[in-house]
Ligand binder design. Structure first.
Ligand code: IMP
Ligand code: MG
Length: 183
């Protein structure tokens, strides 16, 4: 798919590159203050969080290690069921460490509540969540998300790590897809 096709598939740009970077920069400052003097570990969930992690950690005023998990969530179509299988586990032991999960988007929140419970069971010092995007449904589930970049409407978005059928992840902005892409 070439760049022009990719742009043509967007109905509108929801969040620009500048807005994303500015918000991540603010969040990085806040997060850094919150963990002052503590041993912080950033945990990303593959693959969607790749861009958020890369930019967020470069906005941090200091250095923190990162680790990654990959999970697959069983569900019908685009809805996740909350039944999760670990495809790739963390490389490191998180006992007594302060874990910050870095996510791209929380939709139903089912995947993330499973991941959170799983990490909680490994005796970390703390587990918090940072997500760039949150959809309205996520607000309904019991998931304590300390840092949210943007609350968005309940529509399917792509770009900045988010995919439709593995495409569009490399868009620098976040947009909604044109209906012709689905049909
Ligand atoms: P949840 O368990 O419903 O919160 O599922 C969240 C996962 O679904 C995210 O990590 C994304 O991979 C995917 N997802 C949810 N909404 C969107 C969207 O609008 N665009 C692309 N992927 C999405
Ligand atoms: Mg996805």
């Amino acid at each position: 798919m070439d760049a022009q096709d990719m742009q043509d598939d967007l109905v509108k740009v929801l969040i620009t590159e500048e807005q994303i970077q500015s918000r991540l920069s603010d969040l990085a400052t806040e997060v850094w203050k919150h963990y002052e003097g503590k041993d912080l570990l950033l945990v990303g969930v593959l693959k969607g969080a790749v861009m958020v992690m890369a930019d967020f950690m470069r906005h941090l005023p200091g250095s923190a290690p990162m680790d990654w998990m990959a999970v697959s969530s069983y569900g019908s179509g685009t809805k996740s069921s909350g039944v999760v299988r670990i495809l790739k586990d963390l490389d490191c032991d998180i006992t007594d460490r302060h874990v910050l999960i870095v996510e791209d988007i929380i939709d139903s929140g089912l995947t993330l509540s499973w991941i959170r419970a799983n990490l909680d069971s490994r005796s970390p010092a703390s587990v918090e969540i940072l997500t760039l995007l949150r959809k309205p449904e996520a607000a309904k589930v019991e998931i304590d998300t300390r840092w949210v970049g943007f609350d968005i409407a309940n529509e399917f978005v792509v770009g900045y790590g988010l995919d439709y059928d593995e495409q569009y992840r490399n868009l620098r902005e976040i947009g909604t897809l044109a209906p012709h892409v689905y049909s």
